[in-house]
Design a protein around this ligand. Structure first.
Ligand code: CA
Length: 226
């Protein structure tokens, strides 16, 4: 489980990071809003801890942009007491939870675990779905309205990663690294090749799902009706 901390108070960010690492979470800290948003949009995290008052871009703007890009990753806002009253409405724009500073690390960990558990329970299934597309990870069959094709190897890996991260852009470097491991530069081409294989299969199954290329970043599943 990997957590992104977007927080400009170094000492607080470090303390949170240390606590999370003791709980065996992977952690990355970004200390300004602009880079934080970019990181959240281009890399894969299980949860984001998002401060409100940040240099360059504030937490509410980042949250709004993440949700606009349909990134449905859980977000816990870290807010100072004074910011709550007028921002509560903003939190309804898609934060999963918020925690008021100062807080006990114990409380933060508890909330992180509750939210991750909720997320994992939802995904605790062998069948991944998006729009009319289903992927059964046990039988390795991708299916649309009852028609099915067996896929395997790297095609299966690729589709699984895209489905697990449906609604967000998956960075092509991350795709290449997850599927081929950290290696040479040729792998971006490999990603493209396998994306084209999957596109053919989606077309064959007459799926509404498209694999959209986001120039310079990566790929994202899209429903042609949206
Ligand atoms: Ca701050």
């Amino acid at each position: 489980m990997k957590i992104l901390i977007i927080e400009d108070e170094y000492s607080l960010a470090d303390a949170i990071s240390e606590t999370l690492q003791k709980e065996k979470f992977g952690v990355n800290i970004i200390t300004n809003g602009e880079d934080g948003e970019n990181e959240a949009l281009t890399n894969i995290y299980d949860l984001i801890l998002l401060d409100v008052m940040l240099p360059k871009k504030d937490g509410f703007e980042i949250l709004a942009n993440l949700r606009k890009e349909k990134v449905d990753i859980p977000v816990i806002m870290l807010t100072a007491k004074s910011e709550i009253s007028d921002k509560l409405n903003g939190l309804e724009n898609g934060a999963d939870d918020y925690i008021t500073k100062p807080f006990h690390m114990r409380e933060l960990i508890a909330r992180v675990k509750v939210i991750l558990k909720r997320k994992t329970n939802i995904q605790d299934t062998n069948v991944l779905e998006y729009s009319d597309l289903k992927l059964d990870l046990v039988t390795c069959k991708m299916s649309v309205n009852g028609s099915e094709i067996t896929i395997n190897g790297k095609e299966l890996d690729l589709l699984e990663i895209l489905l697990v991260n449906k609604n967000q852009i998956v960075n092509r470097e991350i795709l290449a690294n997850k599927i081929w491991g950290y290696n040479s530069e040729t792998e971006y081409n490999n990603v493209e090749v396998y994306v084209s294989f999957l596109r053919k299969k989606l077309k064959l199954l007459k799926s509404k799902v498209k694999i959209k290329a986001v120039r310079g970043i990566g790929y994202k599943l899209e429903d042609e009706n949206n």
